[in-house]
Each structure stands twice: as C-alpha cells, then as structure tokens.
Design a protein around this ligand. Structure first.
Ligand code: ADP
Ligand code: ZN
Length: 714
C-alpha cells in the first residue's frame, strides 16, 4: 500500500488512521470515518479502489467539487470519472460505457442520479467492489445539511449488500453518527474517529478597532496567497473589497445577492488563483475545496462556534500552516442579537442566544483557543498550551512605561462610579461632548478630556491591555461595565510603575511558525507557481490539480536536478513525474543556474533506480526529436508514433524548455495566421491559452495557439 501511495499520490507515509481504514476496507468490512476537513478522507477509499478488482462508486452531494476531484485523480494517473447533470447526454453515455467496460476504477455519482429511470440496470451491470459515501451526514435529519436524496442510498446499499461500504463525514455529533449507521443499515461498521484538532491552523482574536487598517496590514504579509475575509453584511463585503482594491490588494466581493453568473465566475477565479482575496458573507465556501487557503479572517462575530469552526476549517486543507483571525468587539453582539430577536420560536431564539454567548466566551477567553474549540465539541483535549493560538504563543514581549495613561484610565473609571463600559470611558477620556456624556454631566468631570491627544482606538487598546494585565476587570452582563481591580487601585494609590506590552501585528504567530517550516527560496517558488498556472490553464484545471503548494516549496528548497531526485519530492507520483517532471526541472535548473544554487539531498531518500517507464519518457522525447531533425510535420510524427498531435507539441515544448530542441522553424504557421494568434496573446496580455482561445472566438485550435506561443517564447 505504501508503494501505491507513492506511485499514485506521491506521498511517503499515511496520515493517522488512513492505514487502519484501508485495511478494514480490504478485509471487506464496513467503516464509518469521522475526520476533520483536510484530514485526508478521500485517500481512504481512493487507494483501496486501485487494488480492488472492480469499480468503486463514490456518492457525493457537491456537484461542483466532483470535477476537481476527478481531475486530481486523473492527473495522478487514476482512471476516474463522474456522472452528474453538468454533463451532456453524450458525455454521460461515454462515461457509462467506460464504467461498464471495466476501464474506470472510480466513479463519482450525485445521489439524485440513483433513482433515475434505467440507472439501476446500469449499476447492475457493473462489477462494484466498494461503495464510498462522502459527506455521509447528509443522510441524517439531525445534521446541518440533510438531503432527501441521500435516503436513496438505502436501496443502493441493499442492491450491493455484499460490497463493503465506507461512510465519511467531517461532522461528528454522536446523534448524527448513530443515525448514519442506522440509516445505512451498517450497525456493524468499524468506526474511526480522528481528533478534530486542526494542528496547522493558528487561531487569534484581535480587538476590533481600526479593523480595516489591521486587515490591510495582515493582508500585506499574505501577498499572492489565497484569503477569505468573512463579513456579516452584503454591503460590507462590497465596501471592504472595494477599499482593499483601492489599497492595492486585489479583492472581490461575494454574497448571495450577486447574480449567479458573477458568483460562479468569482468562485472559479479564486480556485484558479486568479483573484487571491475574496470578501464574502458566509454564503461563500460550501462548494469550495481549495486546499491552499492560507488565511480566514472574520471581520464580524460568527453566529455559533460550529459555524466558526466550519468557516475557519476552510483554511489549510493541505496541512500547511494557515491563519484564522477574528476581529472582536462586544458591540457586534447587538448586530447578531437583532436577527436573533426576529426568530419567532422562543425555544429556538434562546438556543441561538446561548450559542452566541459561547462565541463571546470564546473571544473573551484568555486560555487556549484550541482547547476551547475542542472542548466545545466534546473532545477531551488534555493540552492547555497549543503553541499556536494567541493565548498560548508568547509573543516577544516588549513593554513600555504606560503609567501616566493607565492612571488616567483608572481614575476615569473610578470617577464615573465603575458603572460604564469601555466605549463610554474612552469617550470621557477623549473629551467627547456626546448627548449621553452631557446628560450624565460627565463633561464637567476633571477627567473629561485628559487623554484628548490619544486616539480612541489607542485608548481602547490600553483598556484591553489593562484588563489582560488584571488592573481592570469587566462584568460580562448585558452591559459590560469596567471595574478597577485591587491591583489597579493599589497601583494608582502608590503611584506604581505600570508597564504594558507593545501590541504586535497578528501575523507574528504565523511568521514564528513558518520560521520552523521549510525555508524555501521564495523567488523560485514564485517562478514555479507561474509555470504551474500556465500548465493548469492549458489543461483547463485548477492549479492545485497539477501540484500542491507543499510540492512547489520542496522543489524550491531541494532544487532537484534530475528526474530521479524529482521523483522523491512530496506529491510527485509516477504520472506527474512523467508528465510534468521535465518542465518543472527545466524551471528549477534555470533558476539554480542563475543564482548559483546546488541540489540539496532529500533526507531519508537514497537514490534508487527509476521506473523503466519513466526513463522511457526521455526516450520518447528523443524519438520525437529525431523526427523533428528529419523535418517531419507534427501530424506526420503523430501518425508514425501513434500519439496525438498535442502530445507531440508537448514533446516539442519540453525539448524547448530544456534547450534540446532542434531547428523547428519549418513548423512555423503561415504569417497571417501567426500574426492573428500573436495579436490574441498580446491583447489578452497573458501566455495562457484559454483567454486567447476565447478572444479568437474559438476559431483556432489549442494546438495552433500552443505552437505560436512556443515560437513567441523562443
Ligand atoms: P478531507 O476530505 O478529509 O477534507 P482530503 O481528502 O481532501 O481531506 O485531503 C486533504 C489533503 O491532504 C489533500 O491535498 C490530500 O491529497 C492530502 N493527503 C491525504 N493523505 C495524505 C498523506 N498520507 N500524505 C500527505 N498528504 C495527504
Ligand atoms: Zn492555544
């Protein structure tokens, strides 16, 4: 199995529980798998599917995701396809034919398909070895995402009563779990539960003032990385996206009020790494399986801890360090409350309020955020220091003498009778003449305006810091008022020195963590990213289907110089080695040459002889090269070699990238055609094929475009 894992997925070891789950499937038993997002559920059925004699049927409710999953499998050389309503009838017939003939190892199906006319006969004609039910909680009315079509699975299960079933979900309440087993009639299944801790996610809560400025600062350290910024209102998403764009940060809004076409386009652009920042309401994310989201920001309070866990869960599916930042202001509670008050059913209303209180608790808590989340979900998380949340990580503490401002704040709280919240106290300090201040005669107090020169934002920050250092306390009632603690009184009376930490940008946690990670060459990484995008566009798939970020990072660290060492890079399986190895190697070696860098040995890997099939891949290039030397046309070479013209063009591209191409000027298209296509590349201002193809109204073939592009690059 380990060998298959490397050959097909390019990974060297299993993630926790994967091996046990795979063994269970192979032994013919049913299994129920509960793992958090990014835990590696898919591999649990994809790998056994390769060794089982027949086909594996995968039921998945998210049509939008099927294509990406199937593309990823195909890129790894696994014969997979999907059947759903996005295909034409002809395409469906072809998939069904490939399934019946035994060519396909994995077939993804939408649940509604199961009950369509004649489909049962088709399924009956298949040699099914495994049933995988993804997002299995959809079968339960207790879950948050019940889908009536999932009830059809019962029949499917009965139809293939001898076939092992694996049900998978990232939702794990005991009620849902029991219900899944019951509904599918698989009470005897082995249940596998992985901790819901997302180790690579870093949590922090920031006080919400100057939130936009903080956001900009945060985003500046996430340049070129995928980011989701969640906002409460549609209007806010649009405003913030616009303001970010004005600040030079490419951001696009997304909410349910936008036309469907715009929404699909935005999603697509995000998945394809064309816009890095999406500012969205919670309508965004369901159909998104992007593995390399590096930052999820909540500008407003989430509704519940469940939704917070789910929304932040979209970060870092690929296991690389990723950040979750929440901007918290107690005042935001009112926004949510307003909506909760509209709930007609009193019981539901109470529930919603208590869930909101949990969110407030989470924000105000000064112990480990991770522990809070996991305990909330009933997990017995023993650790109290996770080393990756704002309450656990000790940020470098630089302090400054804050005695004067602290004394002003403490005095103001005492002079107003310890009956007011942060906002009011700061208003008094700042010298506001608001109606309420005047009504209360607080403008007549000696402390009114004593901190006039300090901004309201800074004042709030001092109050927060004084609370953290226990000089102040806060009541957590409906109106959270500030009190001065014993320590605070003492400090004021005896004129003690009060030093407060200088606040650091929230990125600190991340930078600290990244420091311990692979210190790869960022410039090389960017070049590899460009190449990945270019290849992805040619193949009309999202970039992560070609290689994940971790793979590019390893390339930009080890600088493999041969196919042999390239094969050892994380995420490089046989098919990808064959298909992309040379192009990426060429890019790496060029960079290494320019910067005088050498290949580093990959630890734990001894050079081993490479698969015969792969060495043949170089041979096949040499054969094409020989024919190019004889000045054969692309079609002639394709015919002789029984390969497609596009494969031959790919060979020519590889030969060119690696500086091995002979003179190919005889292949240049005629001048008129050349100029038209060249113009299209210039007009679309991109080497990608699809924009040029569309620009030319699909009048020229992709192969023709590729050839022209090649000549433009030479
Ligand atoms: P889930 O469905 O549980 O959210 P996925 O199956 O999408 O998670 O896996 C998340 C990521 O982890 C994918 O990019 C997948 O390729 C990767 N992955 C899975 N198993 C392994 C493994 N054993 N080693 C390295 N990466 C893995
Ligand atoms: Zn922690």
């Amino acid at each position: 199995m380990l060998k298959l894992l490397k050959t097909h997925f390019g990974y060297d070891s299993f993630r926790p529980l994967q091996k046990e789950i795979i063994d269970t499937i192979i032994s013919g038993q049913d299994s129920l798998v509960l793992m958090p997002t990014g835990g590696g559920k898919s591999l649990c059925f994809q790998l056994p599917a390769l060794t089982l004699p027949g086909i594996t049927l995968v039921i998945s409710p998210l049509i939008a995701l099927m294509k990406d999953q199937v593309d990823t499998l195909c890129a790894n050389g696994i014969s997979a396809a999907f059947l759903n309503s996005s295909l034409t009838l002809k395409e469906q017939a072809s998939v069904m034919q490939r399934a019946s003939s035994g060519e396909l190892k994995i077939l993804y199906l939408a649940p509604e398909r199961l009950e369509t006319y004649g489909f049962s006969d088709f399924l009956g004609s298949l040699n099914v070895s495994l049933l995988a039910i993804d997002e299995a909680h959809c079968i339960s009315e207790w879950g948050h995402d019940f889908r009536p079509d999932y009830r059809n699975l019962r029949n499917l299960r009965e139809k293939f009563s001898k076939v092992p079933v694996i049900a998978l979900t990232a939702t794990a309440t005991p009620t849902v779990r029991e219900d899944i087993l019951h509904q599918l009639g698989m009470e005897k299944a082995k249940t596998f539960i992985l901790s819901f801790n997302r180790e690579n996610l870093h949590y922090s809560v920031r006080p919400k003032y100057n939130a936009f400025a903080q956001l900009v600062e945060l985003l500046q350290s996430f340049k070129n990385k995928a980011v989701i910024v969640y906002c409460f209102s549609r209007k806010n998403t649009e405003e913030i996206a616009q303001n970010l764009a004005d600040a030079g940060l490419p951001a696009v809004p997304y909410h349910a009020g936008l036309p469907k076409k715009t929404r699909i386009e935005t999603q697509e652009k995000f998945i394809r790494d064309e816009v890095p920042i999406i500012v969205a309401t919670i309508a965004f994310g369901m159909g998104i399986d992007k593995p390399d989201v590096r930052l999820v920001v909540h500008m407003d309070l989430p509704k519940t801890i469940e939704s917070y866990y789910q929304e932040t869960g979209r970060a870092g599916r690929d296991g690389l360090p990723s950040e979750c930042v929440l901007f918290y202001s107690y005042a935001d509670r009112r926004k949510q409350e307003y909506f909760i008050n509209q709930i007609a059913n009193p019981q539901e209303q109470r529930l919603a309020l208590s869930k909101l209180d949990n969110v407030i608790d989470y924000c105000q808590d000064s112990t480990c955020r991770r522990a809070y989340l996991l305990n909330y979900f009933g997990e017995d998380w023993k650790k109290t220091m996770c080393d990756a949340c704002d309450n656990c990580v000790e940020l470098p503490t630089e302090t400054f003498d804050a005695t004067e401002i602290s004394q002003k704040i403490i005095s103001t709280i005492l002079r107003t009778g310890e009956r007011f919240g942060t906002a009011h106290i700061c208003d008094v300090l700042h010298g506001s003449k608001k109606k309420r201040i005047v009504e209360l005669k607080h403008h007549q107090l000696s402390v009114h305006g004593i901190a006039q020169e300090t901004s309201l934002g800074a004042l709030r920050e001092y109050v927060e810091a004084l609370k953290k250092s226990k000089y102040l306390e806060q009541n957590n009632g409906e109106y959270p008022t500030l009190r001065v603690s014993q320590k605070g009184r003492q400090a004021l009376l005896s004129n003690e020195l009060i030093s407060l930490p200088i606040s650091k940008a929230p990125t600190t946690i991340l930078t600290r963590k990244f420091g311990s990670d692979l210190e790869y060459d960022i410039e090389a990484f960017e070049k590899l990213r460009k190449l990945r995008k270019q290849i992805a566009d040619e193949q009309n798939v999202p970039p992560f289907v070609i290689f994940g970020d971790r793979t590019l990072q390893e390339m930009a660290y080890y600088f493999p110089a041969s196919l042999e060492s390239f094969a050892h890079i994380f995420g490089v399986g046989r098919k990808k080695l064959e298909e992309f190895g040379e192009a990426f190697l060429a890019c790496i070696s060029l960079h290494a040459l320019e910067n005088d860098l050498n290949e580093k040995p990959i630890p734990g890997k001894t050079a081993q002889p490479i698969d015969k099939k792969i060495s043949r891949s170089s041979l096949t290039l040499q054969e094409t090269k020989a024919m190019l030397l004889k000045k054969l046309s692309i079609q002639e070479i394709a015919d002789k070699r029984e390969l497609s013209p596009s494969t031959i063009i790919q060979h020519i591209e590889k030969l060119t990238y690696t500086n091995q191409a002979p003179d190919i000027s005889y292949l240049k298209p005629n001048k008129e055609q050349f100029e038209i296509i060249k113009n299209a590349f210039q007009a679309t201002n991109s080497p990608s094929l699809t924009p040029a193809f569309k620009y030319l109204e699909e009048k020229y073939e992709y192969n023709e475009l590729r050839l022209v592009r090649l000549f433009l690059q030479i």
